[in-house]
Design a protein around this ligand. Structure first.
Ligand SMILES: CC(C)(COP(=O)(O)OP(=O)(O)OC[C@H]1O[C@@H](n2cnc3c(N)ncnc32)[C@H](O)[C@@H]1OP(=O)(O)O)[C@@H](O)C(=O)NCCC(=O)NCCS
Length: 152
């Protein structure tokens, strides 16, 4: 089940975030999103969304994405699945959920950044039609980012 994030999810989200990324997002970022019900204005005209994926009523992953209606573009900011639940199709499910949402609101493209060394994420995006559109040197300070994009 995929649903909008709630305040009570925050500890579990932080646990997954810290286990997934060398540099985790701050608690305060997730708190701000949760306090606004997982949906808040972003930029001049866009919105930011955060949903979680549950298995047996336990949160096993989450995604954060934003929209830029002016450019008709979505931007995936975060997507993570608990280490115990990997390779079971949940990342793919969350990604499809984001892309369905973007399409439903009339957005026509989607981008994201990923570490060059992040083979699992790159494989997930490439198997869903994303292509590398550019490389940003030092984006993560210790590593370059690849920018992936997809036309919806
Ligand atoms: C990237 C991530 C979200 C994938 O989640 P997941 O639930 O394990 O992915 P899925 O099971 O849905 O895999 C879908 C497809 O992605 C590819 N893939 C996923 N993990 C892979 C891996 N470790 N090695 C190779 N391909 C992989 C495969 O093509 C897979 O399809 P298949 O299982 O039929 O071969 C997960 O590894 C994760 O949370 N990583 C840490 C956080 C992260 O890096 N997020 C992305 C930031 S941009």
């Amino acid at each position: 089940m995929i649903r909008r994030v709630r305040l009570e999810d925050i500890d579990r989200v932080m646990e997954i975030e810290r286990a997934c990324f060398p540099v985790a997002w701050e608690y305060s970022i997730f708190l701000n999103i949760c306090l606004q019900g997982g949906e808040m204005p972003s930029g001049k005209t866009g919105f930011l969304f955060m949903d979680v994926i549950e298995k047996n009523k336990v949160v096993i992953g989450y995604a954060v994405w934003e929209t830029n209606p002016k450019k008709s573009r979505g931007h995936i900011l975060n997507l993570a699945i608990h280490t115990d639940e990997r390779r079971r199709g949940y990342g793919k499910m969350l990604l499809a959920h984001i892309l369905d949402h973007l399409e439903a609101i009339g957005i026509t493209s989607c981008i994201l950044e990923v570490r060059v060394s992040n083979a699992p994420a790159r494989a997930l995006y490439e198997s869903n039609g994303f292509v590398v559109s550019s490389r940003i040197p030092g984006y993560y300070f210790d590593e370059d980012a690849l920018v992936y994009s997809l036309q919806l």
